[in-house]
Design a protein around this ligand. Structure first.
Ligand SMILES: CCCCCCCCCCCCCCCCCCCC(=O)SCCNC(=O)CCNC(=O)[C@H](O)C(C)(C)COP(=O)(O)OP(=O)(O)OC[C@H]1O[C@@H](n2cnc3c(N)ncnc32)[C@H](O)[C@@H]1OP(=O)(O)O
Ligand SMILES: NC(=O)C1=CN([C@@H]2O[C@H](COP(=O)(O)OP(=O)(O)OC[C@H]3O[C@@H](n4cnc5c(N)ncnc54)[C@H](OP(=O)(O)O)[C@@H]3O)[C@@H](O)[C@H]2O)C=CC1
Length: 464
């Protein structure tokens, strides 16, 4: 085990005794409700609770049927994936603690049956709300429905829970990316959510699409806009519920737990790294000197569990926001990332690469356009011509068009940087024992190498 792993693992396992045992002790005997448990962060949360807080009573997961699979089948399949190997080893019967509840979050009442509502109202102690649409190109109506209205409905359900001790909402550090300095406060929303919900209700999709740019204003997409609105609706309930809001920055593969390099998606930088490693991506707009605020999923989940414990035990008077970011503590820059990623791929090439990896970032729009033409579009054209001539279906231009679409949505985040205050996070850390704090914060070297190492050692489980 490395330094970083020791921190919350030990707290949760009670290894260090005294104050440190409180998190695992706190979760012992508790019933936890989780939304988004089939997603990237949700799965890691479920795994960590089962492994490090083995006395937890039960995890109730709000899951919908999908792609012809029932919710039970989806949860059973999820538990067979490699992510759960350590839990399975420790307790082969761990699945008994998992109780799937059928729920479609965009339906009235979250489509939870009256029997299930009654059951949840009577037994849940902590709610972790992870579900969201994280797509940057999501139509506003759907993003509003899932990220805002479903959050409101979940809060209504939470208010009916007789034994609820904490409601933890997962937001994003970029909810307020229209600001350069982001404090651990909930900023006034760009619009009163209720007014927006009422207005969009009668508009057809075409009208909503047309007015979306005006509505989202200086935010880059419907995702960050609706996440900001969601924070506001959560805050409105702070007099009635104990609330914690976690704002992670760019969440990447696991650093240590349950093993390094676990990921189930190619969102954000992971997709960019792989595209560069395969020799497909050769140029992208990014600022060499801007901070790349990456954070491994296991670190986020450890902090989320600690925040759940703190919220329930200390019952802060108002909702506490935790900016879960790394730039202020341990800045890593896109230029450095480019250097490490490219030298790693040169030393350890990926299989079946399109060509030798050689990607560069530039903050200059025209230079980027030039390289797109020369090193993306022209080779794609030649390759597709070759495929055509040899009787095969052309595909390279299609791949590049998709890549360009994805990249164009990401460049906003790689071309500038932000400063986040993380005092509440530090305060949370200060509640841990000095030994844990000393060994717990990832050293600069370890965190950087961890990120790079993980790129090369990814365990990608897309269907888990
Ligand atoms: C030059 C080398 C060194 C590079 C150094 C510099 C790197 C700079 C990277 C900058 C990245 C900055 C990212 C910042 C993000 C911060 C946002 C805040 C964080 C959050 O709060 S939430 C999480 C953020 N959400 C996302 O990341 C989702 C973004 N993705 C989308 O919205 C959609 O996937 C997208 C891009 C609109 C594409 O949609 P669509 O065409 O419908 O396709 P799919 O989603 O089905 O995916 C198709 C295909 O593409 C792959 N994919 C997805 N994302 C990427 C990506 N980022 N790069 C490359 N490829 C990507 C996906 O896996 C699918 O592959 P298949 O093989 O399954 O078809
Ligand atoms: N990933 C990142 O880099 C970051 C994520 N976050 C936040 O963390 C949280 C989790 O993100 P992440 O795990 O990456 O996202 P994923 O896209 O991996 O997971 C989303 C989850 O939400 C569920 N969900 C979506 N729509 C519905 C619906 N209609 N009914 C029921 N469940 C639904 C999905 O279920 P299903 O499997 O059925 O689709 C899935 O479990 C989000 O709130 C996000 O904003 C914040 C910062 C960074």
């Amino acid at each position: 085990m490395t330094d970083g792993d020791a921190r919350l693992t030990d707290i949760c396992s009670g290894a260090a005794g005294g104050k440190m045992a409180t998190i695992a002790e706190y979760y012992a005997g508790k019933n936890v409700l989780i939304t988004g448990a089939t997603g990237f962060m949700g799965k890691v949360l479920v795994e960590k609770l089962l492994r490090s807080c083995p006395e937890v009573k039960a995890l109730y997961l709000l899951v919908r049927p999908k792609a012809g699979q029932s919710m039970q089948q989806r949860v059973s399949d999820m538990m067979t994936c490699k992510l759960f190997d350590r839990v399975r080893e420790d307790n082969p019967d761990f699945h008994q603690k998992i109780i799937p509840i059928s729920s479609e979050l965009v339906q009235p009442g979250l489509a939870i049956s009256p029997e299930d509502v009654e059951k949840l109202s009577g037994c849940i102690n902590i709610v972790f709300h992870c579900a969201a649409t994280i797509r940057f190109d999501e139509p506003l109506k759907h993003a509003l429905q899932l990220n805002v209205i479903a959050t409101q409905q979940l809060l209504s359900l939470a208010k009916q829970m007789h034994h609820l001790e904490a409601f933890i909402h997962i937001s994003t550090a970029y909810a307020n990316c229209n600001r350069k300095y982001i404090d651990e406060v909930i900023y006034p929303p760009p619009v009163e959510p209720k007014k927006l919900i009422d207005s969009l209700e009668w508009m057809d999709d075409g009208i909503v699409r047309d007015i979306t740019p005006r509505l989202i204003g200086d935010r880059p997409n419907t995702y960050t806009y609706t996440k900001a609105l969601a924070e506001f609706v959560v805050q409105q309930e702070q007099d009635k519920l104990n609330i914690g809001i976690i704002r992670p920055s760019i969440v990447g593969a696991s650093w240590q737990e349950p093993f390094p390099g676990w990921i189930d998606n190619f969102n954000g930088p992971s997709g960019v790294f792989i595209a560069a490693g395969k020799g497909i991506l050769r140029t992208m707009r990014a600022n060499n000197d801007a901070v790349a605020d990456l954070i491994p999923v296991d670190v986020v989940i450890n902090l989320t569990l600690a925040a759940g414990w703190y919220t329930a035990v200390h019952r802060p008077k108002s909702a506490l926001v935790y900016n879960c970011t790394t730039g202020g503590i341990n800045p890593f820059h896109w230029g450095e990332i480019e250097h490490h990623v490219m030298s790693s791929f040169k030393r350890n090439p990926l299989e079946q690469a399109f060509r030798r990896p050689n990607a560069n970032i530039t903050s200059n729009y025209l230079i980027n356009q030039y390289w797109i033409l020369v090193s993306h579009k022209f080779p794609a054209l030649i390759y597709d011509l070759f495929l055509r001539l040899s009787g095969q279906k052309p595909q390279m231009m299609r791949i590049f068009n998709r890549l360009h679409k994805a990249i164009s949505l990401l460049e906003y985040f790689s071309s500038q940087d932000w400063e986040w205050n993380s005092e509440n996070l530090s305060m949370l850390m200060s509640q841990l024992t000095p030994e844990d704090r000393k060994v717990g914060r990832p050293t600069k070297h370890a965190a950087r190498l961890g990120q790079i190492f993980n790129i090369l050692q990814l365990t990608y489980e897309p269907d888990c």
